[in-house]
Design a protein around this ligand. Structure first.
Ligand code: XMP
Length: 614
């Protein structure tokens, strides 16, 4: 990430929060979706930064050199909208307001903010006309910046100078050099603001006087020391998932404490991918130090709970419940609730914030690792979370330092409930219906439209006349057109191998999660992964769910849906077309598997479709 940093471990900022230490750069959270992105980008520049509630008193920020007020969804005139302690302006720290942060600074210092006629969303061209260290290097030609606002600063407070404009924004950047208060209406932290990092660099190094103090590859020794301090004489147990975070946290504890003081338990739910349990066992075996993982076999419990369950939310509920029961049984039988054991977890920085770590975060979601027994351990302070101040990419860097294989650290994300949410179920037998544009398949899957959940059938779209020579673009255009024009369905698929089986011959049949169907899905999923790894396609996508859908014939009752997507964080996603030669070969192999009627390809972006079908 920042290879040029040469700080020794001793000079790196402490990673475990110590009340007296304030990070050099503090991001004040006013509820913006990019708040964490700002902190991450600052860390990428080699400066340790933390996110704090916007209302944090200035006295608690003494010692910070740079304070950044994030963007947020509110208007400064909304009652109860987030604010900051005005004492931060003119303090020893330089302040940069971004978007709402600029508006808030302007408003609090006597300027004027208004809701103007035209909002400004997405790309804008910024013309810099002022002279300030903030925009050094930005003069001359217009620059592409990313905007997302309707409220606009229309009059600056006294002492401020406008530095830049766009077509709609009179004060797209402004500065009060005497008080060292700066603001930008655009978002320097997003990649679409082409030179955003240079603006952050100008502010942090040039104006605020920050010094490099952060390099995640240098913190391993320190993290281990902190683990030893927190754990003391006790031992640590982990519920590991085979995911990156819990694996890195576990490995750190192993190195800090030695193999006989650390235990890892992996719950085999029976809902995992083919070979996953063996993979986890081998991986942990290779981590060194004599580590071993205890595998808790729980498949029969999960399958029994899921028998006959069709509804996606009900499936998730069953799995969640069973997981809690299994965990509680393990806590009891292994005597982990005794005083000499504490719980290790792979919680990372955004998780601590999302589960109520800061003032504005309680609305987002409750963290999954909070069962009763575990809550008790937490209440008693018997928990160690060595990654709690790190972002995901920093965790990967620490993992690399620990010698964890690169391929593992960059695995595609895999959902906690496992293949259960990729094994589609149906309550009744139903036949497809011919509608304009294709066949309406009575296979209901989850989607997200207008910020709310949908649960609707799928359209099996007629292949474009030019298929496949016309390429993916025509198919995606046709799919987008159909989905925007018809609200009977929330997804569009196509059958890439023409006429594998006629829709007239297929039915949706009643089905729930069974061992047989899971095995069928596991085989198909393993085949897809094998082909994708061999062709290199695996590295071109962010995730590639393979779904088993109860659509087929008596002899071949299920179909396979391919859902490769591109994404950054899973919040939005774009469906991706595979190279035809790879796809054709893959389909042939999938169709040769027992029980598979056809292969479908999901053309739906998110929104309107979610990534998983559930
Ligand atoms: P959706 O289907 O909501 O998925 O578009 C977005 C991303 O989240 C993953 N996902 C989960 N991950 N536990 C997880 O750890 C879950 O319960 C869960 N459900 C969905 C999904 O794989 C995708 O990457």
């Amino acid at each position: 990430m920042h290879a040029s940093v040469s700080s020794s471990p001793a000079s790196v900022t402490p990673v475990v929060a110590q009340a007296a230490v304030v990070a050099q750069a503090v991001v004040l959270d006013t509820g913006g979706q990019y708040c964490h992105l700002i902190a991450r980008k600052i860390r990428e520049l080699g400066i340790y930064s933390e996110v704090k509630p916007s209302e944090t008193p200035a006295t608690e920020l003494a010692g910070a050199r740079a304070i950044i007020i994030s963007g947020g969804p509110s208007s400064v005139y909304d009652p109860g909208s987030p604010t900051v302690d005005p004492a931060i302006f003119g303090s020893s720290a330089a302040v940069l307001g971004i978007c709402y942060g600029l508006q808030l600074a302007a408003y609090l210092l006597g300027g004027k903010v208004e809701k103007v006629d035209r909002g400004e969303y997405g790309r804008a061209l910024l013309s810099v006309h002022g002279d300030s260290p903030l925009v050094e290097g930005w003069q001359g030609k217009p620059r592409q910046v990313w905007m997302s606002h309707r409220d606009t600063v229309v009059a600056l407070p006294e002492g401020f100078t406008g530095l830049a404009t766009t077509d709609t924004c009179p004060f797209a950047a402004a500065a009060d050099e005497a008080r060292r208060v700066y603001g930008v209406q655009f978002h320097p932290e997003v990649v679409h603001t082409h030179e955003g990092m240079s603006l952050l660099r100008n502010f942090l190094f040039g104006i605020a006087g920050c010094a490099r103090d952060w390099d995640p590859s240098q913190v391993v020794d320190q993290l281990e020391e902190e683990i030893r301090q927190v754990v003391g004489e006790r031992n640590v147990f982990f519920f590991i998932s085979g995911g990156v975070d819990s694996t890195v946290a576990y490995t750190l504890c192993l190195r800090a404490l030695g193999a006989d003081r650390v235990r890892g338990i992996y719950v085999d739910t029976g809902l995992m991918r083919k070979g996953e349990t063996r993979f986890v066992r081998d991986l942990f075996g290779s981590l060194g130090g004599g580590a071993s993982v205890h595998v808790a076999e729980a498949e029969p419990y999960f399958l029994e709970k899921l028998e006959g369950v069709v509804d996606p939310e009900a499936k998730r509920h069953c799995i969640g419940q069973e997981f809690l029961e299994v965990q509680n049984r393990i806590l009891e039988t292994e005597h982990f609730l005794d005083g000499n054991w504490i719980l290790g977890q792979g919680t990372i920085y955004p998780d601590t914030i999302e589960s109520g770590g800061t003032a504005k975060a309680d609305l987002i979601k409750t963290h999954h690792n909070r069962v009763e027994g575990i809550q008790r351990l937490m209440a008693e302070n018997r928990i160690v979370e060595p990654l709690h101040n790190l972002y995901k990419d920093e965790v990967r860097e620490v993992g690399a330092q620990l010698g964890i294989p690169h391929a593992f650290l960059h695995r595609h994300p895999f959902p906690g409930p496992g293949l259960a949410i990729r094994c589609l179920c149906a309550a009744e037998a139903e036949a497809p219906a011919r509608i304009d544009g294709g066949w309406l398949l009575p296979l209901r899957s989850v989607g997200v439209q207008g910020d709310s959940r949908s649960y609707k059938p799928v359209l099996l779209m007629d292949l474009p006349d030019s298929w496949p020579s016309g390429g993916w673009e025509t198919a995606y255009d046709q799919a987008t057109h159909l989905i925007n024009a018809n609200d009977q369905f929330n997804r569009v698929v196509l059958e890439p191998v023409r006429g594998a089986i006629a829709a007239e011959l297929c039915n949706v049949r009643p089905s729930s999660i069974t061992r047989e169907r899971l095995d069928r899905l596991r085989d198909a999923d393993a085949l897809v992964r094998e082909v994708c790894l061999a062709s290199g396609f695996e590295h071109e996508v962010w995730q590639f769910p393979v779904i088993l859908a109860p659509y087929g014939t008596e002899a071949a009752p299920d179909s396979i849906v391919l859902r490769p997507i591109q994404s950054v964080d899973g919040m939005t996603a774009q469906s991706v077309g595979m190279p035809f030669a790879v796809l054709r070969g893959l389909c042939e192999q999938l169709l040769a598997l027992p029980g598979i009627a056809t292969v479908l390809y999901d053309l739906t972006h998110k929104p309107p479709g979610t990534i998983e079908w559930e």
